[in-house]
Write a protein that binds this ligand. Structure first.
Ligand code: ZN
Length: 395
């Protein structure tokens, strides 16, 4: 090879290497919704090297700000980029635990990368035992609003009861309890779950859709492997909030943002807030479709949708929000049948369980509607509202 060619090759290598250090120069491919690397509330893109970024620019800025707080520099393909998103459905039939719905954010980082606290507060839990695959450090924010949990670190630099200032070194990343080195950060409103992550996330930082136990199966009259139901998307959303809440301008939450303290120490009761109001536009879906009324919310419909699920509306925090249908399970045909649906908009997840209360009898030609009792759970930021209503679908 002539010297000039060698020089050009070296230059190309240098350019390729430089490209790998910034998020902007990668090729980004849209992530199909509903599958791996997706979440119900945002749409995502994936880079060649496996980094994820949301298409929503506001949310992307919040993620970048969080990465910068944690690692002291803007996220790159090497350090700080997102590798597993909040609420990602990690369900797999092949997994022994059918892991479902990631309760935090995974950020890429080589073993030993310094992690700086994104909040001021106090260390209320830390445990580091690589032989047991255990590494958890939990900081309660100084306003006592949130427990911020850091998992997989190889070194902890703080002990239980140590005060922590925002920007202080708290740990160095590792792969304790993980297949590849990364930082898992999870944010729980105080009182939602034990600080050591026992309970909902079982110390894994994820929600188990189901687990297995050996027991007697009445149907087959044999000892067999039985499935124990685990937690759901709603459970994850009731016990955690999107970690970017720490950089959304709400790092010092207002009193209305704050959870109601130790009264909910059972860890199962979600913080109730008035998020939903009757629709401003009561006439959006006047043709065939769905309408829901809920007397505890107010007069008029609180939800409406056309039959094609292309215009789904709910008034959340004073605005009619257009929701997207993310999942639908069940084929309600007779009284008592249920239909479970998940809807979302950026930063918002709504789950609904419709239970059939009235169907048309086969010989009643005037009847065109099916009626349901419905339970809605609406999540936005750290807030959650549950309410019941009556739903009607038809023409
Ligand atoms: Zn994780």
């Amino acid at each position: 090879m002539k010297p000039v060619l060698v020089f050009i090759s070296v230059c190309l290598l240098a350019i390729a290497a430089a490209g790998a250090f910034t998020l902007g120069q990668q090729k980004w491919t849209p992530v199909p919704p509903g599958g791996p690397d997706s979440s119900p509330d945002y749409s995502w893109e994936k880079s060649d090297s496996g980094c994820l970024r949301p298409t929503d620019q506001t949310y992307r800025a919040r993620l970048d700000a969080l990465g910068a707080l944690l690692f002291g520099a803007a996220p790159s393909e090497i350090t700080g980029c997102v590798t597993t998103v909040y609420l990602e459905n990690k369900y797999s039939n092949n997994s022994p635990y059918n892991i479902q719905n990631h309760a935090g954010l995974d950020l890429r980082a080589k073993i030993g990368t310094p992690v700086y606290s994104p909040v001021s507060g106090t260390v209320i839990w830390q445990e580091l035992n690589p032989s047991k695959e255990t590494s958890t450090l939990t900081i309660e924010t100084s306003d006592r609003a949130y427990n911020v949990v850091f998992i997989h670190c190889s070194v902890h630099t703080k002990a239980i009861r140590d005060p922590v200032r925002k920007g202080e070194l708290i740990c160095r990343t590792g792969d304790v309890g993980a297949a590849a080195a990364h930082l898992h950060i999870e944010v729980k409103p105080v009182g939602k779950d034990a600080p050591n992550l026992k309970g909902m996330s079982g110390g894994r930082g994820v929600c188990l859709k189901s687990s297995f136990t050996n027991g007697w199966d009445e149907t087959t009259q044999a000892y067999t492997r039985l499935t124990k139901p685990g937690c759901s998307l709603a459970d994850v959303m009731a016990n955690t909030v999107d970690p970017t809440i720490l950089t959304s301008g709400a790092s010092t939450p207002s009193s209305t943002d704050r959870p109601q303290g130790p009264a909910s120490a059972s860890g199962t009761r979600a913080r109730q807030e008035a998020l939903v109001a009757p629709l401003k536009n009561q006439e959006a879906n006047l043709g065939c479709g769905w309408i829901v009324s809920a007397p505890t919310i107010g007069e008029g419909n609180v939800f409406s949708s056309d039959l094609e699920d292309s215009l789904i509306l709910m008034n959340i925090e004073g605005k009619d929000i257009r929701l997207t249908l993310k999942s639908s399970t069940g084929t309600p045909a007779k009284v008592g049948d249920t239909l479970r649906r998940t809807f979302a908009a950026p930063g918002i997840v709504v789950t609904a369980i419709f239970k059939v209360s009235e169907v048309c009898l086969p010989d009643n030609e005037e009847c065109e509607v099916t009626r349901f009792k419905v339970v809605f759970d609406v999540y936005k930021g750290g807030a959650h509202q549950r309410f019941t209503g009556t739903a009607m679908t038809g023409c």
